[in-house]
Design a protein around this ligand. Structure first.
Ligand code: CDP
Length: 227
């Protein structure tokens, strides 16, 4: 398939990209369960790094301190119940990943090339040992451009705002989207070979069914499929 040599050893990767509150997480988790693949939320890694820097009182503009802090931090991705989890210096920040202050800062931290490089490396390491469903912003376009299995899930801004409000979160998704679409490094784009699904009027199950149908049509071999 003409893979670059450094990427030849990757297992299969299904990329699910899209803007905030488009339904990526629910779709990706359910899809991974049906395929028997590991579910990886790349946003959670950006959020964990953001949480760690906030805990250390380092602000998003202080790139020298960020580089220093991340150089000495142990960032570990492990698997629990078929999902990837992230530990920073042996602490699991899962309970804090959706705190207001993390929502406010994550897009400013995740635009830094060093941070993107660290997360990209973690995702590549994971793909060397497992089949993955990975959700994010640049998974099909930058992190795993060689995978043929690329999906872009979207929904109207009104629907996305409503979904996030229903989760009880204070999250300025319009600002975050703007930052994610307009940054110079790995902006949120629709990969040209991605299959686009508008989830505005679709239930999670219907979206997952569409993706499963497309994967089967593309010839993805599924050994442990749960329909
Ligand atoms: O759940 P939601 O879609 O709101 O966000 P998320 O997937 O948890 O991602 C949080 C933030 O991390 C995004 O707004 C992006 O700034 C950043 N991110 C990124 O830059 N690249 C990714 N592959 C995933 C997330």
């Amino acid at each position: 398939m003409g893979l670059r040599s450094s990427q030849r050893e990757f297992h299969r990767v299904v990329a699910i990209d899209g803007p905030a509150a488009s339904g990526k997480s629910s779709v990706a988790r359910e899809l991974a369960g049906r395929l028997g693949f590991i579910y990886v939320n790349s946003g959670a890694i950006y959020r964990a790094i953001t949480w760690y820097l906030l805990e250390k009182d380092i602000n998003a503009e202080d790139t020298d301190r960020i580089a220093q802090a991340l150089e000495s931090a142990a960032i570990t991705c492990c698997i629990q119940a078929s999902e990837s989890r992230i530990l920073v210096d042996n602490v699991d920040p899962a309970a804090h990943l959706r705190d207001d202050r993390v929502n406010e800062s994550v897009s400013r931290i995740s635009r830094l090339p060093l941070v993107r490089q660290i997360v990209g490396q973690k995702l590549h390491e994971r793909a060397r040992s497992d089949d993955l469903v990975v959700e994010g912003r640049d998974i099909g376009s930058v992190v795993f451009p060689q995978t043929p299995y690329k999906f872009y899930v979207d929904a109207s801004p009104e629907v996305r705002l409503r979904r996030r409000a229903a989760q009880g979160e204070r999250d300025e998704i319009v600002l975050r989207d703007h930052a994610d679409f307009s940054r110079s490094v790995s902006p949120l784009v629709i990969a040209e070979d991605a299959y686009v699904i508008d989830t505005s009027h679709l239930a999670i199950e219907a979206v997952v069914n569409k993706i499963m149908a497309r994967l089967k049509q593309m010839g993805l071999q599924i050994w442990r499929c749960r329909d």
